[in-house]
Design a protein around this ligand. Structure first.
Ligand SMILES: *Cc1c(COP(=O)(O)O)cnc(C)c1O
Length: 224
């Protein structure tokens, strides 16, 4: 199937309240344009450099999502260029976002990334680190949190469902408690192989790469 057909198929199979982010990492401009022509406007990249190179040569009405680990020294380059940072995962990063966005008097929209499987290889905070990060976010002036993002460990459907449920519990809990600068609107979970289960468990943003663009040959990693 073509990129266009894959996008149409996925869009027709998901509820209308679920946002599809097409993960275009390692894929060329032509592939992104094909998706764009099929109506796709939200794209995800995991590397700052690659995102910027694509952003500059593609239509300005694309919403860019930064889905990979964000190094503090790269924050300054993305100010005003991305609609959502999915990988807020430390107070140090929050402080840098605060500093760089305040310089341009802009506000960053972010998701807290939770490392639900407690994997060394993955970015994100552990649940017990959440309260401290929330305290810092409440004091922030240029950073808003719009929800939660997670990348679950590789596993069976049952294991996937378990982790998605755990993250949904955290999301619901934060939604009930009211914090300054924090609203729970976006639950970003589910990729090509598990997005259907993620949606069943409450995801309203899914990030799909290979399921749209085909296999990544150039060593794109899934570890965000
Ligand atoms: C690569 C990546 C995806 C997409 O993975 P696929 O298996 O290609 O759908 C989703 N989220 C993050 C954070 C990624 O790095």
């Amino acid at each position: 199937m073509s990129i266009k057909e894959e996008i149409i198929k996925i869009k027709n199979s998901i509820p209308s309240n679920v946002k599809l982010v097409a993960v275009s990492k390692t894929k060329p401009i032509e592939d992104i344009m094909e998706a764009y022509k099929a109506g796709q406007r939200d794209f995800g990249e995991n590397k700052v450099q690659e995102l910027l190179e694509k952003e500059i040569s593609l239509p300005k009405d694309i919403n860019w999502h930064l889905i990979g680990k964000l190094q503090t020294n790269k924050v300054k380059y993305i100010v005003g260029k991305v609609c959502l940072i999915h990988s807020l995962s430390s107070i140090k990063l929050l402080d840098t976002i605060e500093k760089e966005y305040s310089k341009k008097n802009l506000t960053a929209n972010t998701l807290i990334q939770i490392n639900i499987g407690r994997e060394d290889s993955k970015n994100g905070i552990f649940i017990e680190e959440l309260d401290e990060l929330i305290d810092a976010i409440e004091r922030s002036k240029h950073c808003k949190v719009k929800g939660i993002m997670t990348i679950i460990p590789k596993g069976s459907d049952e294991e996937n469902r378990y982790y998605f449920k755990e993250v949904k519990k955290i999301y619901d809990n934060l939604k009930e408690r009211k914090f300054k600068n924090i609203s729970m609107e976006i639950l970003s979970m589910g990729m090509s192989n598990d997005y259907k289960i993620a949606i069943e468990e409450g995801a309203n943003l899914i990030r799909i790469g290979q399921g749209i663009f085909g296999k990544r040959v150039l060593g794109g990693n899934n570890n965000g």
